[in-house]
Design a protein around this ligand. Structure first.
Ligand code: HEM
Ligand code: CA
Ligand code: CA
Length: 294
């Protein structure tokens, strides 16, 4: 059972330490806010919110296809952990630092805030096989996206569409959206401009080229992602699946026209995602360094 006041007596300055460090990192590079938010998602969807994603084992999660050359922000988390260890030795888990840093990142980029339940503990293992099976892919169909989220703490289709709104910030590599540029449900002007940085032919020189997930406001946490979907400007195949004559079209329309509805649904769904199978009590450990087990 997680609680928002978990560190109030054991480490009263933990929350402010995380917030200052996240604000500094985002001020230096806005995209870091996106990267930190994604780290929490890729943690929670793989064996729960247990900081398993932070272990830099040679054959661990970080080296699986969805994460390799893709996840970033580990240095920021390591730095926060070092500061907090100096204040309160072996008290605050890496899993909780990730959850709070994700929230503070959203706030730093202009998005909603919410109260983060705390008391997660850290895994002693990485789970690479689950990263391959449990993280949704950019090639996923709507049905697959709905199933992948339902499988995690029963996140429902509205939660799934709200959480996908995280793609209002951050960047994606050409390899993740190249095939979508040739599909029929993408705005042709938008596709043509993306072909400039991501030509149809697979090539080592263009595979890692970046495009913003939200073509309108890439560094602001707003609801523009949904308006983009209405005009067929979703970057990933999986983004446009949310508005492609299917069962979630009306949720997208609602979030596009009602920013408060999106903010509230996103905050609710982030708390739900943060509750996926946490280790509590005496399970797991409080790591001394987030990148390795004690
Ligand atoms: C719905 C299923 C989802 C799929 C298929 C998906 C897929 C992807 C892909 C392929 C990328 C680009 C990775 C790269 O090119 O290296 C990406 C980036 C990103 N994703 Fe998702 N994602 C999903 C849901 C989410 C959720 C639930 C969140 C957070 C709540 C999230 C947050 C982000 C962020 C912030 C970025 C940009 C990261 C950066 O710029 O460093 N995504 N996602
Ligand atoms: Ca995990
Ligand atoms: Ca945006």
């Amino acid at each position: 059972q997680l609680s928002p006041t978990f560190y109030d007596t054991s480490c009263p300055n933990a929350m402010s330490t995380i917030k200052s460090a996240v604000n500094a990192a985002v001020a230096q590079e806005a995209r870091m806010g996106a990267s930190l938010l994604r780290l929490h998602f890729h943690d929670c969807f793989v064996h729960g919110c247990d900081a398993s994603v932070l272990l830099n084992d040679m054959n661990g999660e970080q080296f699986t296809a969805p994460n390799m050359k893709s996840l970033r922000g580990f240095g920021v988390i390591d730095n926060i952990k070092a500061q907090i260890e100096a204040l309160c030795p072996q008290t605050v888990s890496c899993a909780d630092i990730l959850a709070v840093a994700a929230r503070d990142s959203v706030v730093a980029l202009g998005g909603p805030t919410w109260t983060v339940p705390l008391g997660r503990r850290d895994s002693t293992m990485s789970f690479p096989a689950e990263a391959l099976t449990d993280l949704p892919a950019p090639t996923s169909s709507l049905q697959e996206l709905i199933a992948a989220f339902k499988n995690k703490n029963n996140l429902d289709p509205t939660d799934m569409v709200a959480l996908s709104g995280a793609h209002t910030i951050g960047q994606a590599r050409c390899t993740t959206f190249r095939d979508h540029l040739g599909e029929s449900n993408i705005n042709s002007t938008f596709a043509a401009s993306l072909r400039g940085i991501c030509p149809a032919a697979q090539s080592a020189s263009t595979d890692d080229n970046l495009a913003p997930l939200d073509t309108t406001t890439p560094n602001t946490f707003d609801n523009a992602y949904y308006s983009n979907l209405l005009s067929q400007r979703g970057l990933l195949h999986s983004d446009q699946e949310l508005f492609n004559n299917g069962s979630t079209d009306n949720v997208v329309r609602n979030f596009a026209s009602n920013p408060a509805a999106f903010s509230s649904a996103f905050a609710t769904a982030m708390v739900k995602m943060g509750n996926i199978s946490p280790l509590t009590g005496t399970q797991g450990q409080i790591r001394l360094s987030c990148s390795k087990v004690n």
